[in-house]
Design a protein around this ligand. Structure first.
Ligand code: NAD
Length: 307
């Protein structure tokens, strides 16, 4: 039986990955310090024999006994609200946390997949963003703590691949949404849904014509699973290439919740990207994957969860 270590296991994506790998018959070791995650996301797994949980900050030395086949590194504050609240921890987990896990991969001879982000493209000047676009990041802007942590993470992961022949995978994940997101993480989807359900106003920053591409968690997990088992070591975009404006998103959420919340507009946030859409041709080709859950359906599923 194969063993996988998942960091960020108590978080939104990490907990869904734990579910998936357990369902596939793996032993799963979850690791998390719960800075932004919650045990409630994985409490259903605690009684399972094939699941072990370590409460550990991965920026400190990591010791795990026994063999590990795969490491999935998903630990990091991920929403702007979270990484602006924990700027140093965000840089540390991207840098020291990744360094520690690469060392562990070397010792255990494990393959490692790291969760990168579309934020490595910053406020992109090309559209849609393909993997060979180098990005437009303001390293000293507020988002720099996250963007640069992830850019460093990619760089050190490639360095270990090149210098030590480590088997590495890099997933550049675009906005993912679904059950187990926190209502207070500041991300637009859970924020709007919860405001709408409470009949409170939805606040749009800027004119609402900025676009986002939302990928349902089940599609993201499928892509991560396939990427891990592929033999492709350069970054791969994982996201939904259907692009919608924040105005349209707000309208859909009001419609599906049946809410009469008002829509209010406020100033655009610093360095908030105007357009964001993945080019997923590489994922289609290498992983034989594409998102299959339309955003309208995914929003309705997510609303049911939050209700
Ligand atoms: P999340 O905050 O729900 O989960 C992250 C988890 O990592 C949390 O449980 C947190 O407690 C844990 N963590 C943070 N620092 C840690 C440390 N030092 N030691 C141990 N655990 C630590 O966020 P998420 O949305 O599930 O994101 C997971 C990963 O996917 C992150 O690396 C994020 O950058 C990446 N990602 C997410 C999205 C998205 O749309 N959700 C998009 C791109 C990339």
């Amino acid at each position: 039986m194969k063993t996988v270590l998942i960091t960020g296991a108590a978080g939104f994506i990490g907990s869904h990955l734990c579910d998936r790998f357990l369902a596939e018959g793996y032993n799963v070791i979850g690791m998390d310090n719960q800075i932004t995650g919650a045990m409630s996301n994985i409490e259903h797994l605690i009684p399972l024999k094939r699941f072990t949980f370590y409460h550990h900050d991965i920026t400190n030395y990591i010791h795990v006994p026994g063999h590990i086949d795969y490491i999935l590194h998903f630990a990091s504050p991920a929403s702007p609200t979270d990484y602006l609240r924990y700027p140093i921890q965000t840089l540390k987990v991207g840098a020291l946390g990744t360094y520690n896990l690469l060392g562990l991969s070397r010792v255990k001879k494990s393959r490692i997949l790291v969760a990168s982000t579309s934020e490595v493209y910053g406020d992109p000047q090309v559209h849609p963003q393909a993997e060979d676009y180098w990005g437009n990041v303001n390293c000293v802007g507020p988002r720099g703590v996250y963007d640069e942590a992830k850019r460093y993470q990619e760089a050190i992961t490639m360095a270990y691949h090149q210098a030590h022949g480590l088997e590495t995978r890099i997933a550049r994940i675009f906005n993912t949404y679904g059950p187990r997101m926190r209502t207070d993480d500041g991300r637009v989807m859970p924020t709007f849904i919860n405001k709408a359900l409470r009949q409170e106003p939805l606040c749009i920053y800027g004119d609402g014509e900025q676009t986002r591409s939302f990928c349902h968690i089940d599609d993201t997990v499928e892509a991560v699973y396939r990427l891990l088992l592929s033999d492709y070591c350069l970054p791969v975009n994982i996201g939904n290439d259907g692009e919608i404006t924040i105005n349209v998103l707000a309208g859909l959420i009001l419609r599906y919740t049946g809410s009469s919340s008002q829509i209010l507009y406020d100033d655009r946030r610093t360095d908030d990207p105007i357009r964001r859409k993945p080019d997923i041709r590489l994922a289609r080709e290498v992983l034989k994957w594409q998102p299959v859950i339309p955003v309208e359906e995914g929003i309705q599923k997510t609303i049911r969860h939050f209700r």
